[in-house]
Design a protein around this ligand. Structure first.
Ligand code: FES
Length: 178
């Protein structure tokens, strides 16, 4: 595959055609922050943590979904990028905004338990994948008391099965995958 030459923060970078910008940056030791990008998995482009400036493009681009092209000039660190980065946590922001609006409208009561509130805000799958979860939709489940002694045994059983899968299967296959 032909090589493509680009410039990242003034450094010349050569990488095979088809390389993603985030990988090309890594190749010269420039780490672009990312949340939802995992090599070899389908591209998300959801968190927008990896925004960079590409010359001649009007808006900031996500390095994890942009394929390098010949002569591309990229900036990974600028005031414009730093201003835009907080939007990278937009799922946090929008989830908080939806909560405040719901409380203001009287749709839900104020959550006075800081642990439950933190759990609602930090639920990781929704951070990277969306959609925004309205507090009104999950409030009752978060308040339900599901602790039963029979669940302890089930939890231990799941833990042991998971540990066995990790140690016996995953660890054995890991060298093949690497
Ligand atoms: S890492 Fe690029 S959008 Fe999430």
């Amino acid at each position: 595959m032909a090589d493509v030459n680009i410039t990242v923060d003034g450094k010349k970078v050569t990488a095979p055609a088809g390389t993603l910008l985030i990988e090309a940056c890594k190749g010269v030791g420039i780490e672009v922050p990312s949340f939802c990008y995992y090599p070899n998995l389908s591209l998300q482009g959801a968190c927008r943590m990896c925004l960079v400036k590409v010359e001649k493009m009007p808006k900031l681009q996500t390095a994890c979904t942009t394929v390098i092209t010949e002569g591309m000039a990229v900036t990974t660190d600028s005031p414009e990028i730093h201003q835009a980065l907080p939007l990278g946590i937009s799922f946090f922001t929008f989830q908080l905004v939806s909560y405040v609006i719901d409380v203001q409208r009287g749709t839900v009561e104020v959550e006075r338990d800081p642990v439950r509130f933190a759990a609602y805000i930090l639920m990781f799958p929704h951070l990277i994948a969306g959609p925004i979860v309205r507090y009104a939709d999950i409030r009752n489940e978060m308040h339900a008391d599901r602790r039963k002694t029979s669940h302890v045994g089930l939890g231990v059983q799941y833990f042991i099965v998971g540990l066995c899968q990790k140690v016996l299967v995953a660890n054995t296959l890991a060298p093949l995958a690497d």
